[in-house]
Design a protein around this ligand. Structure first.
Ligand code: HEC
Ligand code: HEC
Ligand code: HEC
Ligand code: HEC
Ligand code: HEC
Ligand code: HEC
Ligand code: HEC
Ligand code: HEC
Length: 336
């Protein structure tokens, strides 16, 4: 603790005493795992006196806080005061909120899995590591309670009507940026000439609603039988974008998953956590990705019995460039 901090604390306690308030311990916290709200407001401290202050160590003792938050307590103790802003906001100081100080391959290697050089870095032409600002863009107010909740852990972007309607599924989140008509202010999606009028970066909203079999047209009726059986892939709803696409790191192009733990959320947990690799073996060959969920009924067809290289079989033409036929927005001759 910095020596200059003591007088402040003493003064604060004195003020509480003079005002006849209850002692600090008895205060009702607004920040909690129950409310799912960790961000400090201008009401921070007695009558807002702590808002705008950067030296958390001046008033809060590391060893005494977070008694009710066992999941995060050890890593906060270890990484110290540089972490506070990541969860509690900048306290009105404008200081950087840090994430990677904990979410790195040493401290939290599985949450999230960040291996691979391609990431959702908000620019298709580049490959740069994600910084704290990238994390914040998508998770501005996560409660870090170990459960991923759509409405808490994903930044609320406005819908097509400009309203802050809550997300019903994860793909709502993606589609609030990836569309032609209502991208949030500040988001710049550059169209790529080689795609003509069908760049999935923006046409995916319509494709997913009206054309793609993994989207709404599938309807989740449960009649399609080309999947890894009832004990393998539990489906019934349309497939999420993040069942196939990875935000935090992959070696495959198009941000497709390279490890079963990074997607395929409805796969039998035993298969998913094994884990299975899903490497793009030659450009456009996603056999190992598709075969995580797909297993054709008739194994005598084409390559259906051929091991795709990760121990699983069940897709046709397993050595081809799938991207020649299986792309977003094509209703015939393959498609997605
Ligand atoms: C001037 C002293 C002071 C400073 C500096 C200070 N706080 Fe506080 N903070 C308080 C007081 C007083 C409370 C009231 C509750 C209590 O007794 O802990 C409080 C409460 C909190 C709470 C619980 C808020 C609630 O309403 O539930 C959090 C979280 C918190 N502080 C985080 C921080 C962080 C992060 C920093 C550094 C950016 C910081 N504080 C800096 C005095 C301070
Ligand atoms: C990984 C997220 C995370 C980080 C980082 C973090 N906190 Fe917290 N903090 C929480 C959670 C969750 C709670 C709510 C605990 C509860 O429900 O009682 C909390 C509550 C608090 C409280 C009020 C209740 C209590 O437990 O005392 C204070 C004060 C506080 N934090 C201060 C800090 C300070 C100071 C730092 C930096 C050293 C910090 N926090 C870093 C997640 C975090
Ligand atoms: C483009 C948006 C986006 C960016 C950028 C992003 N995330 Fe995520 N994150 C998501 C989505 C969507 C999910 C839920 C699906 C999933 O787990 O992949 C998620 C899930 C998570 C999870 C919970 C799942 C797990 O594996 O434990 C953590 C933790 C997480 N993100 C941390 C981060 C951190 C840290 C960064 C910055 C390095 C970051 N995210 C950057 C969108 C994003
Ligand atoms: C003190 C270390 C620490 C810091 C700093 C931190 N986190 Fe976390 N975060 C955790 C821990 C621990 C978990 C819980 C992981 C688990 O066991 O599932 C978590 C969970 C998450 C989750 C998963 C959803 C949930 O509710 O559990 C997301 C998303 C996330 N953090 C994003 C961020 C972002 C964005 C930042 C920066 C603004 C950040 N974190 C800063 C430690 C930290
Ligand atoms: C805040 C807006 C925003 C959100 C939310 C968002 N994206 Fe993006 N996404 C972008 C931008 C911007 C680009 C880069 C476009 C460019 O290069 O001009 C991009 C690029 C991509 C790319 C191509 C990346 C590459 O490097 O090849 C994919 C795939 C993608 N996003 C999928 C998703 C998925 C899936 C989700 C939801 C989990 C999602 N995005 C959420 C803004 C967003
Ligand atoms: C996360 C699991 C999952 C992954 C990964 C996946 N699919 Fe699918 N796929 C499904 C589900 C579920 C359906 C059925 C949707 C429905 O009709 O309910 C489906 C349906 C299809 C269909 C339509 C089949 C028919 O006869 O109706 C095609 C074609 C297809 N997928 C191709 C692919 C290709 C190509 C890949 C790899 C790039 C792939 N899928 C990856 C889950 C997945
Ligand atoms: C020459 C075009 C072409 C190529 C190349 C191709 N496919 Fe297909 N694929 C199709 C067509 C056409 C269908 C039938 C789609 C339908 O049911 O509407 C199909 C169906 C599928 C299905 C659903 C099968 C079922 O009936 O259950 C999967 C999974 C699939 N392809 C995966 C792949 C994978 C993986 C690759 C690359 C290794 C690939 N395809 C390469 C044209 C192609
Ligand atoms: C079944 C797996 C699957 C699902 C589900 C899926 N995608 Fe894709 N996505 C692919 C494949 C395979 C490609 C490469 C072929 C292509 O460009 O269409 C791709 C390409 C893309 C691209 C172009 C990437 C680039 O770098 O050029 C974007 C953007 C994209 N998808 C966004 C989304 C969004 C947003 C969703 C959810 C609404 C989604 N995808 C759902 C498999 C999937």
């Amino acid at each position: 603790m910095k020596p200059t901090a003591y007088p402040l604390l003493v003064l604060l306690l004195l003020l509480c005493g003079l005002a006849g308030n209850a002692p600090a311990q008895a205060r009702q916290y607004t920040v909690s795992t129950l409310t799912g709200n960790l961000l400090l407001t201008p009401a921070h401290g007695e009558r807002g006196s702590a808002w705008g202050k950067a030296n958390c160590q001046g008033c809060h003792v590391l060893r005494l806080i977070h008694a009710n938050a066992p999941l995060i307590r050890p890593v906060v103790q270890q990484r110290g005061y540089q972490t506070c802003g990541g969860c509690h906001g900048d306290n009105g100081t404008g200081q950087t909120r840090r994430c990677l100080v904990c979410h790195n391959n040493q401290d939290l290697p599985l949450h999230p899995l960040q291996t691979g050089t391609h990431r959702h870095d908000f620019a298709t032409g580049k490959d740069r590591p994600l910084g704290d600002g990238d994390c914040l863009l998508c998770h501005v107010k996560s409660d870090m309670d170990g459960r991923f909740e759509l409405t808490v852990d994903l930044t609320p972007f406005r819908d097509a009507d400009g309203k802050p309607s809550p997300y019903v599924s994860q793909r709502d989140f993606c589609l609030r940026c990836h569309n032609q008509t209502h991208q949030p202010r500040g988001v710049r999606i550059q169209l790529r000439p080689q795609y003509g009028l069908n760049d999935p970066l923006v046409t995916i909203e319509d494709n997913y609603r009206y054309i793609d079999r993994h989207g709404d047209p599938a309807g989740g009726g449960g009649t399609y039988s080309g999947l890894r059986g009832s004990s393998g892939y539990r489906y019934g709803q349309s497939v999420e974008c993040t069942d196939c696409h990875v935000m935090h790191g992959t070696r495959n192009s198009n941000l497709l998953l390279d490890d079963s733990r990074k997607g395929v959320s409805q796969l039998n947990p035993l298969l998913r956590s094994k884990p299975y690799r899903a490497i793009e073996s030659t450009p456009g060959n996603y056999a190992q990705v598709c075969v995580l969920c797909h297993r054709m009924d008739d194994l005598s067809v084409e390559d259906a019995a051929l091991d795709t290289g990760n121990g699983l079989s069940g897709v046709h033409d397993a050595r081809s460039d799938c991207g020649e036929c299986h792309v977003h927005g094509q209703g015939f001759g393959g498609g997605l």
